[in-house]
Design a protein around this ligand. Structure first.
Ligand code: IVH
Length: 351
């Protein structure tokens, strides 16, 4: 193969793999088998090894990791990553709505309701449609540069689809560890510890506590190849930049979807507080059925001009608030105890 042919094939393969990544991880609608995908990826990796001059930092081959970060560099956020005020009752939410209405002197207001993902906040910077930096929230003013690790998250585009995005912008979201992955990691860890001769109590002490802390720990791994095996996922929910073409938050989410980002489809444009409360109650009941954990709902004023008018207190925006659910722990009846026999013969009781 000539150099020219290799360059052309690498481009083709990259494009095809990006597209399949998108279909599989963003749309959950794959059109080829894992085997076919792996074959294409193998071909790409092998060509990039033979012709390293064509290896791009945004190639789909970067998803498998390998880069080691010894110390995560501290980066100051261009747009401070503020947190949100909390509410725990309908009454507190009414107070929030009253404060908003007072400042906007009874203009028409729409709210956007979103799930409040229980994960790790991340700010992604894109330049000319390419992911250049991923920074954790840290203290809100500055965070850790975890770009190498974030590149292994397959639902995060390394390159955007064509679109009317500005030359540079930041998109913010939440990195989560799906429940299924969390359970798989714990099962693997338990099997390993059993093999190493630990007692059940010792194993229990060493298991991963919850998906959020595990996601956070995973992001701080030095070896990105390990991160790549963890199947983290990421929902995006806020755009920051100049020269956007839209005027509302709801439209911004549509745009983000169009550009290739994974935006939750459980977003609701609500014309009043009654609809907001319905959304909150609906997801309090249905949250178990999601494949990941949420700890509440976020309510945001939809219109950007109104957001601007409302502004911020010293700590949080006046145009958005979180409604927090009570922690998911609950009392239950133990119906039966079964036993699981491990490879080494160790017996583990299962409730
Ligand atoms: S909006 C300025 N939307 O919750 C407000 N935050 O307790 C920007 N979070 O720090 C945040 N899901 O890490 C927003 N749909 C969502 C969210 C969300 C989870 C996190 C976020 C924030 C924290 C506030």
């Amino acid at each position: 193969m000539t150099k020219e042919q290799a360059g052309k094939r690498i481009k083709e393969l990259s494009h095809e793999l990006d597209e399949h990544n998108y279909k599989y991880y963003v749309q959950s609608n794959p059109t080829i088998s894992d085997y076919e995908f792996d074959k294409l990826l193998e071909e790409l990796i092998s060509l990039e090894k033979q012709f390293p001059e064509f290896l791009s930092p945004h190639s789909p081959s970067q998803r498998v990791g390998g880069a080691i970060t010894k110390d995560f560099a501290t980066v100051v956020h261009k747009y401070p990553m503020m947190s949100l005020g909390n509410t725990y009752s309908e009454e507190e939410l009414r107070d929030f709505d009253q404060r908003v209405r007072k400042i906007l002197s009874d203009e028409k207001i729409e709210y956007v309701c979103e799930l409040k993902f229980d994960g790790v906040a991340i700010g992604l910077t894109y330049k000319d449609g390419e992911l250049v930096r991923a920074v954790t929230r840290g203290d809100g003013v500055q965070g850790d540069d975890v770009t190498a690790n974030v590149k292994t998250i397959r639902s995060i585009p390394l390159k955007l689809k064509k679109g009317d995005f500005p030359a540079e912008f930041v998109i913010r979201g939440e990195i989560i560890l799906p429940r299924k992955e969390f359970d798989r990691m714990n099962a693997e860890l338990a099997a390993q510890l059993t093999e190493d001769g630990f007692s059940d109590d010792e194993i229990n002490e060493r298991l991963y506590r919850n998906p959020r802390n595990t996601a956070s720990g995973t992001l701080k791994q030095q070896d990105s190849a390990i991160v790549a095996t963890r199947n983290l996922d990421c929902f995006l929910y806020a755009l920051y930049g100049d020269n956007f073409s839209f005027k509302t938050h709801f439209e911004s989410l549509d745009k983000a979807r169009e550009w290739g980002f994974k935006v939750s489809d459980k977003v609701c444009l609500c014309s009043n507080l009654k609809v907001v409360m319905q959304y909150i109650n609906e997801w309090e009941h249905k949250r178990e059925k999601l494949g990941f954990e949420i700890d509440g709902v976020v309510i945001k004023v939809n219109n950007y001009r109104q957001q601007q008018e409302l502004g911020f207190t010293s700590k949080v925006p006046r145009w958005a608030i979180a409604y927090k659910y009570k922690a998911e722990a609950a009392a239950t009846v133990l119906n039966d105890i079964g036993y699981q026999i491990g490879r080494t013969g160790a017996i583990t009781p299962v409730a």
